[in-house]
Write a protein that binds this ligand. Structure first.
Ligand SMILES: [Zn+2]
Length: 349
């Protein structure tokens, strides 16, 4: 098992500076989405294991959350219905969503690829090599490719057989423009499962994708049934300290459990998923943004009143040097807000 922990927070703080400057507007959008989400039908089954769920553990921004008694998955208490997904991904809010994941210009795209996505691609390639594979001889498909950052990153590590698949035609156009090759294809949302079943790729990546799908379990089943897919490389958000910081700071933009994130994985719900779909954990990289969230939450709270504003700069100087060390101690205990995992289908080895 290949395990890596931690990642410097510097690039994230630079890229997400709008989280600090636009707190009130971003929080406002989230409150609207939370109200819409709370209006959807009740969720009765766990997104990870399909067990019955009904007991509310806590509420946040007016939304109830339930912890699955069987696998430990954190579920929002409502369905991510068609109406909700349409609002999040394609309506006015959807435009905001696409904006958050696209780049203002080529330079921003290049920097985001270099700082955020190339490390993810390198970890995949290094892990495959450590497992005895020749990464250059394998083929790769990135599902939910978005603006193509991960495809660009895979290409820049020298891999030849790389394709991306994405439902948003706006994002596909941007992705191919930025990558400089026609590597990303558009497909209809209702073709996702069929596509997963017939992809010609040895490695399928799902970077920040599983948690956004209405049917994540069906997608995993389709990939399992596809004989050419040996590995899946996932990145998912986790039920971690960030959630508690968000509960404690309701006036601060909620990066983690809000908007399109209606449920969060746990190490136990990932283990359940692996057992059910015949996957083995072969490499993982635990790093989170929990302490950046804590740093930001306190900073924004301090700046909100005149009496406390003087403490903001002192807090900044005090915390910034220790953010990475504090986060790494969470990461080492698998208490990160995110994990990357390379999983191998046991039946296909
Ligand atoms: Zn469950």
């Amino acid at each position: 098992m290949i395990r890596r922990y931690g990642k410097p927070s510097g690039p994230l703080l630079t890229l997400k500076s709008n989280f600090f400057s636009d707190n009130d507007e971003l929080l406002d959008e989230q409150l609207q989405l939370a109200a819409l989400y709370a209006d959807q039908p009740r969720r009765t089954r766990c997104k990870a294991c399909d067990n019955t769920i009904d007991k509310v553990a806590f509420s946040k921004l007016g939304v109830d959350y339930m912890i699955c008694p069987r696998c430990g998955h954190l579920n929002g208490a409502h369905e991510d219905s068609d109406a909700f997904c349409t609002a999040v991904y394609t309506d006015a809010a959807g435009a905001a969503y696409a904006r958050a994941y696209s780049a203002a210009d080529r330079e921003a795209y290049r920097i985001r690829t270099r700082d955020i996505y190339i490390p993810k691609a390198r970890f995949l390639v290094e892990s495959l090599a450590a497992l005895g594979e020749d990464p250059g001889k394998l083929s790769y498909a990135d599902l939910g490719a978005g603006s193509g950052y991960f495809v660009a990153a895979l290409r820049s590590t020298g891999l030849a057989a790389v394709r991306g698949h994405e439902v948003s035609t706006t994002q596909v156009a941007l992705a191919n423009e930025m990558v400089g090759e026609e590597l990303i294809e558009a497909h209809a949302l209702d073709e996702t499962l069929a596509l997963a079943g017939r992809l010609q790729a040895n490695v399928v990546s799902l970077i920040g994708v599983l948690e956004h799908l209405q049917q994540p379990r069906q997608l995993l089943a389709a990939l399992k049934s596809n004989p050419s897919v040996s590995y899946i490389y996932i990145s998912v958000p986790l039920f971690s300290p960030s959630v508690f910081f968000e509960i404690a700071f309701p006036d601060v933009m909620q990066r983690h459990l809000s908007g399109a994130h209606t449920h969060l994985y746990t190490e136990t719900s990932l283990d359940w998923t692996c057992r059910e779909f015949g996957l083995r954990r072969v490499a993982e990289w635990w790093f989170g943004s929990d302490i950046v969230d804590l740093y930001r939450s306190v900073l924004i709270r301090l700046a909100q009143t005149e009496a406390t504003a003087g403490a903001a700069a002192i807090w900044q100087d005090m915390l910034k040097p220790v953010v990475d060390g504090m986060q790494e101690s969470l990461d080492n205990r698998h208490l990160s807000s995110e994990v990357h995992m390379l999983l191998q289908f046991e039946s296909k080895t």
